[in-house]
Design a protein around this ligand. Structure first.
Ligand code: IMP
Length: 454
């Protein structure tokens, strides 16, 4: 059978793309099941770097089914840009399949995302401003526009009109606020159209534009659940590639500082249209330290030289927004929570090489609240989490270049002890360790998985 879900164990950017890429070699299909182009997956192939926001990381294999599942929210303009970019680099995208039921991020979703953030001011979430939240909100309100709607002009026009109607007030407010900001900045006309309504929101323009997108995407639109069933029923391996991560989960993450979908393993069922018993393994991916972009609690955050070391050595800048990522120590309280929520069967620890030169290393093993209460498990109460002080275990560091290590025995004993401490504490075996950005810069712990491709 194997259905394997790959999930982020922290706040995202753990290097899921690389793990997916490695496992994909032995799989028949790679499926994205949630999120949208707020994600950013970087893969290095033969020294060439590929960045994806929407297309599953498996696209570099021309013989694999590469699926955008129904749970994804898809900005067709961004998707077509990615397709064109890949084609220009000689990558065949014929095997890309897009669920007819996936929801579309429309231009007004992007504007409303920005409007929401501007309104929140200092309390903003720090979203990627890609329209993710407003799109999922419309999905729940049943005002969403789906990929299949791109193929029917009448339906598309009607649905855009219905979706726009309740947003007029918010969009007007946004345009007034923007005008004010432009005036304050001394830009009288401010934009190409001055005070004219935003042309991106014109019903006719939007409909025509999206019909054209539909025309181009049509060969890729499919019943992707059925496609997954066929591969799974044939005993082939299918990878379900999560975007974002456990602590950004809408239900289980650090709400409201989360994304608007469920990046945990259970969501693969809903977002791809498979059953829970189709999942055989769950691979979690954690960085050897921790990072977070955007606002929200981050108990082990460092604002010192060590944090700077992680930022610089780890090139911790967002793939999607270019923002500096906040950096900190590995948080084992949070990791153990993620292991249980996803019921991980294996863990991958990435970027271990970045920790070289830091001595001692620290890992958070419990939190203490302001009142002195001790938390061995991840606290559900947001006020506690916001003020929680982590308590650390100190472990000896290492000061060797790990980038050429290819087997467990190549790793210095301190690095092995660090990994063992993480695995024992989190209660999950570490199967793969990343020691550099390259595809080959990994150490398999134990046997490499034997998976079944078509
Ligand atoms: P949104 O998903 O754009 O609505 O942003 C909500 C929160 O999730 C913000 O803190 C973002 O920085 C964060 N976020 C969204 N996508 C990613 C990702 O792929 N990696 C890391 N953080 C992300």
């Amino acid at each position: 059978m194997p259905g394997i879900v790959i999930v982020g164990a922290q706040w995202g950017d753990e290097g899921k793309g690389k793990v997916t890429d490695l496992l994909a070699e032995r799989a028949s299909g790679i499926v994205r099941f949630q999120g949208g182009n707020n994600a950013g997956h970087t893969i290095v192939r033969d020294g060439e770097q590929f960045k994806f926001h929407l297309i599953p990381s498996g696209i570099l294999y021309p013989d694999k089914a590469c699926v955008i599942g129904n749970g994804v929210v898809l900005d067709p303009r961004v998707l077509l840009e990615e397709i064109d970019g890949l084609k220009r680099r000689g990558i065949d995208v014929a095997n890309l399949r897009i669920s007819a039921n996936a929801h579309l991020i429309m231009p007004y979703h992007v504007l409303l995302d920005t409007a929401g953030e501007m309104k929140l001011g200092k309390l903003s979430i720090g979203t990627t401003r890609r329209g993710i939240g407003p799109c999922y909100a419309d999905k729940a309100l049943r005002l969403g526009i789906r990929v299949q709607d791109l193929l029917d002009e009448k339906i598309l026009r009607k649905k855009i009109l219905a979706a726009l109607e309740p947003k007029q007030q918010a969009l007007r407010e946004l345009s007034v606020r923007r005008r004010k900001l432009r005036k304050e900045a001394g830009e009288e006309r401010g934009g190409p159209a001055g005070d004219a309504p935003d042309p991106r929101l014109d019903l006719h323009t939007m409909t025509e534009e999206h019909l054209a997108y539909g025309h181009r995407l049509e060969p890729h639109i499919a019943d992707t659940s059925r496609l997954c069933w066929e591969m799974l029923d044939a005993g082939e391996t299918v990878l379900f590639e999560g975007a974002q991560a456990t602590l950004l989960d809408l239900d289980h993450g650090t709400y409201p500082f989360v994304t608007s979908s469920n990046p945990i393993a259970g969501a693969a069922c809903v977002g791809a249209g498979i059953g829970p018993t189709d999942i055989d393994e769950v691979w979690g991916v954690a960085k050897a330290y921790a990072t977070r972009v955007g606002a929200g609690p981050f108990p082990t955050e460092l604002s010192d030289e060590t944090g700077r070391h992680m930022l610089e050595r780890g090139h911790e800048f967002g793939t999607t927004t270019g923002r500096e990522r906040r950096c900190g120590w590995m948080d084992l309280v949070a990791l153990r929570y993620a292991v249980r929520l996803n019921r991980m069967s294996a863990l991958t620890v990435t970027k271990l090489d970045v920790l070289s030169g830091i001595d001692p290393l620290r890992v958070a093993v419990r939190y203490r609240s302001r009142e002195g209460a001790v938390f061995e498990s991840f606290p559900y109460h947001q006020s506690i989490l916001h003020s929680a002080e982590p308590e650390y275990e100190e472990l000896p560091g290492f000061d060797v270049d790990l980038s050429t290590c290819r087997s467990e025995s190549d790793l210095p004993p301190q690095a092995r002890a660090y990994l063992k401490f993480i695995a024992d504490f989190a209660g999950v075996p570490i199967r793969l360790v990343g020691v550099g950005p390259g595809r080959d810069q990994v150490v398999w712990i134990g046997e490499e998985p034997r998976l079944q491709a078509a």
